[in-house]
Design a protein around this ligand. Structure first.
Ligand code: ADE
Length: 224
């Protein structure tokens, strides 16, 4: 899988892909992540990428030319399954969207800044708009990092134990059950007996029950 990210603040994306699971996924050759700066495509003599909005109002808007030229440069080289714009007014990201995107070959992600991007870019080039939650970030980069992290950790081979990603919260619309590691007792609190029993059918039943209980208590909406 190949992911291209367009950002005018590429430094914000330096670190998320250089550690842990994502680093391994990239090193194993299971995925490539490439960052591009639309500013490099600006034909303005000051390399400007934004301008005042028509109709007045505070805040600059990212202009069509640098972004569209950057997109065209990439789409001339390969076909993208999705061209995604990260925006607070997009559809809210969930595990279902993540799983679906993880099956794609090539994804292009555009990060907005300032007041956002000229609507015509959205109308003409964007195939999907994604929000990571009902709050406004100062740019799409952190949202893109969240999206890429979630997608790359579910691609086959990303996690050593194949089962691990499938038992994450949300994979079956349930939150994950509590987990414990050694020691068996800490500050007077014991690990539930059943987890020490070695009786796997019983352990699985306990985990299912706890997952259901946690979901009912914290996210009853997921059970609807
Ligand atoms: N850009 C700004 N806010 C955002 C959000 N909540 N989700 C995705 N991209 C964004």
């Amino acid at each position: 899988m190949r992911i291209d990210i367009l950002s005018v603040v590429p430094e914000l994306l330096d670190s998320p892909f250089s550690h842990s699971i994502l680093k391994r996924v990239i090193e194993k050759g299971l995925a490539e992540v490439h960052i591009h700066n639309p500013r490099d495509f600006s034909t303005d003599k000051h390399k400007k990428v934004d301008d005042y909005q028509y109709g007045g109002g505070a805040g600059l808007v990212m202009t069509c030319q640098p972004i569209v030229d950057c997109i065209k440069n990439l789409t001339a080289q390969r076909k993208y399954d999705e061209i995604i714009y990260m925006t607070p007014d997009g559809e809210q990201l969930n595990q279902g969207i993540v799983n679906k995107l993880s099956l794609d070959q090539n994804i292009l992600i555009l990060c907005g800044h300032y007041k956002g991007i000229d609507q015509r870019i959205r109308d003409l080039y964007i195939t999907r708009e994604i929000s990571i939650g009902d709050y406004v970030l100062s740019g799409g980069e952190l949202g893109a990092a969240v999206l890429v992290d979630a997608v790359l950790r579910v691609i086959p081979g990303a996690i050593n134990n194949e089962e691990s990603a499938l038992t994450d919260s949300f994979q079956d619309n349930l939150l994950a059950p509590p987990v414990y590691t050694r020691p068996a007792e800490f500050e007077g609190k014991k690990v539930p007996e059943v987890l020490l029993s070695g009786d796997f059918p019983k352990i699985n039943a306990w985990r299912e029950k706890e997952a259901y209980k946690r979901t009912r208590d914290r996210r009853p909406d997921l059970l609807d």
